[in-house]
Structure formats: C-alpha cells, structure tokens
Ligand binder design. Structure first.
Ligand SMILES: Nc1ncnc2c1ncn2[C@@H]1O[C@H](COP(=O)(O)OP(=O)(O)O)[C@@H](O)[C@H]1O
Ligand SMILES: [Mg+2]
Length: 367
C-alpha cells in the first residue's frame, strides 16, 4: 500500500484548489486568479491566496474551505494556507462605497417605482447604447406629462462601464449621510461602477473582488423620486449577473439582442437566470437590426434577420422594437450626447421613442 501512495505534486494541489468555489459563487478560486503561489515539499504544501474584499467573513471562510479541500488530497500531510486581504475601501471611488456602508439600513430604492434590468447574453450588442437612449426617450415622455427627473440609470457593468461616457458625466460622486449622490446630466440621474473600478484594474480581478463592494454600492445610492431606474447589467448570465439581479429589487428585465437567428440560444440562458430570481422579462429589443437607406426606405439586413422575434417568441414576451444600425447612434455615444436628444426626429431615434412608449405602457398596466 505504501508503495502506491501518490507523490504530491504542485499539479495535484492546484487541481484540488480548482474545486474550491469563491464564497457565494459557483466559480472556483483558481479561475478567479486568487491563487498566488503553490509550493510543495515532500508531503507538505503551502498555498498563498490574495483577494480584495471589504467583507471580513470571506478570508476565514475561504481559508477553511481550502484547508478542507487540501486535506482530501492523497499524500498531503500538512497544508499551510495563507490568505492576504487587501481592503477595498481605501482610495478613489472605492471609498464612496465604504463610507456608504454607514448609511445602510435605510432602503434608498424605496423612492424608485420600477427598476428595470437591461440584459444581454453577450457584450457588444449595444446594451449600454440602448440603455442610455431608452432613458432619454423615457425622460422626454415623462417630461411631456409634466413629470421631471423621473428617470435614472445605474451602470453595473463592471467590465465596461460606458454609461458615463455616453451621457457625458465624468465626476466623482459625493457621499452625504452615508449615501452616494447620483450625478445628473440631461435630467437623467446616473450612477456607474465606472466610478468604482478604475480602468487599470485587470478584468479578472474585477468580478469576484469587488462584487461585495458593488452590492453595497448598488444598495447605497440616494436615488431621487424615480419612475424608472434602468440597470445596465454586465453582459452574460453568470454568477456576477445573478448576484446583482438578487441585490437590486427589480420589477422586470428587458433583453437586448442582435438580429442573428442564433441569438435565441443566448436568450435561453438569460431566461433561466431571471427565472431563478422570479424577475419577469418584460420584452425583447433588437439592436443593429438593419441599415436604412433613408432616401428609398430600403432596409439592408447586414447581420441577418429574425433574432429579436425568435427570442421574444421563445421567452413568450413582446418584441418591443427594432433599432437600426446607424453611425450617428455610435457618434452620439462617443460624444456623450445620445441621438434621442441630439436628433429626436431621425428614424433611429424614433425607434427608441417607440420602444420607450411601449415599455412605459407596459409598466403602467402592471401598476
Ligand atoms: N444601433 C447602433 N448603430 C450603430 N452603432 C451602434 C448601435 N448600437 C450600438 N452601437 C455601437 O456599438 C458599440 C457597442 O455598443 P455598446 O452599447 O457599448 O454595447 P454593449 O453595452 O452591449 O457592450 C459602440 O461603439 C456603440 O456606439
Ligand atoms: Mg455596455
């Protein structure tokens, strides 16, 4: 028996570590990049982990879980586990979330009538562009009824928080009485994860490391009296999205897709995620649907056809509308002035207005 005992290698230790999930997530600590070093000597193994969190419970829980996993490794007699924690409440925008913890307890979402998640299965479908233009279109419609300041955007896309750029806001938010004050432009209230993670933070560190901070952040923004708060989720339907969707009390979700027929596959996963947390999908919006030849009204379907319709049918929800592909939409985003505001009569702006009207009607009938 003794002769058969497996020799302990760094490889076996790493394999065992890849079976340990980050507390609260299904993804493992190796793929999250938390394992900094593994040293093996005879039957001893020393493992170093490094993480950023403001939650004091994470490190001890992680240490215990890793020790348990290592005890199950054949040939390993003495696991030594070190967890280095870097607090996430130190500098820059991060302190805003830290300070905001003090204000917790009082639910600032109380003044928000409907929080709506804007979701997509993958990045680059124009989710943020859609969110920003939809917000402006909704705001115009509320304003026409004499209701000002009714719309806000919470940009939770930690991987690419582009909403501030697209709406032309770029200041550090203030903290008052423990609550982060949203910024405002064009009458839209805005809060973004872009104020929290800086662009030099490698992507792999973002999701898990700051998730707890993000949850606090999301729960501690002093939203005004809003009819609608649009929540720009990170693309995809994994743990990060699920945990955000659980953090913010959502009235429903809008799924943004592109016209490729295959997009329905992605929608399936999205539907599952919203199902898990009982958030209804209110509708599907198709973006980059076609190129419009304005003189003739002719449409060119560059990316194929039918993805939005198929997705809506699969989810058994309405197709709220189709937004054409238009270079002026991108320019508006880059300039920080949404097309719905700069050129409200263009056909592409009209598409956003129509979707806003449809969504607004749906919300009113649910109320
Ligand atoms: N309908 C559209 N027509 C032209 N460009 C668009 C359109 N929708 C989005 N874009 C552009 O596509 C790129 C990705 O859009 P973005 O909103 O950042 O996507 P996501 O948030 O899904 O990653 C941006 O450069 C944006 O300006
Ligand atoms: Mg985006």
């Amino acid at each position: 028996m003794l002769g058969l005992m497996a020799k302990l290698t760094e490889q076996t230790v790493r394999e065992a570590l890849s079976g340990v999930p980050y507390p609260g997530f299904s993804r493992d600590i190796v793929s999250f990049g938390l394992v900094k070093a593994v040293e093996v000597e005879g039957g001893k193994a020393r493992v170093s982990l490094a993480l950023t969190t403001s939650d004091p419970e994470v490190a001890p829980r992680l240490k215990a879980a890793v020790e348990e996993a290592l005890r199950a490794v054949e040939g390993l007699e003495e696991p030594e586990v070190m967890v280095a924690v870097k607090a996430s409440g130190s500098e820059d925008g991060k302190s805003a979330a830290g300070e905001a913890e003090a204000g917790a307890g009082n639910n600032p979402m109380q003044k928000v009538r409907s929080a709506i998640a804007i979701a997509s299965g993958k990045g680059g479908v124009g989710k943020s562009t859609f969110t920003v233009n939809l917000a402006c279109a909704l705001d115009r419609q509320f304003r026409a009824e004499g209701r000002e300041g009714a719309v806000g955007i919470m940009d939770c896309d930690i991987y690419g928080p582009t909403v501030p750029l697209m709406l032309g806001v770029n200041q550090r938010p203030e903290v008052e009485d423990g609550f982060i004050q949203p910024l405002e432009n064009f009458g839209i209230q805005v809060m973004s994860m872009g104020f929290l993670v800086d662009e030099h933070t490698p992507v792999i560190w973002r999701g898990p490391m700051v998730m707890k901070t993000i949850q606090q952040f999301a729960q501690n923004v002093a939203w005004g009296d809003l009819e609608v708060l649009l929540v720009d989720l990170p693309p995809g339907t994994g743990d990060a999205q699920l945990s955000l969707v659980q953090t913010v009390p959502l009235e429903g979700a809008v799924v943004v897709t592109t016209p490729q027929p295959a997009s329905v596959n992605v929608a399936r996963r999205g539907a599952l995620m919203f199902d898990k947390v009982s958030v209804p999908v209110l509708g599907v919006a198709e973006n980059m649907s076609y190129l419009l030849e304005e003189a003739t009204g002719e449409r060119q379907y560059l990316f194929g056809e039918g993805g939005g319709r198929a997705t809506a049918d699969y989810l058994e929800v309405p197709l709220l509308g189709q937004v054409p592909l238009d270079g002026r939409i991108r320019e508006g985003g880059d300039m920080g002035v949404p097309i719905v505001l700069s050129d409200p009569d263009l056909p592409c702006a009209e598409a956003f207005n129509a979707i806003a009207a449809s969504l607004k009607g749906r919300l009113a009938s649910r109320a």
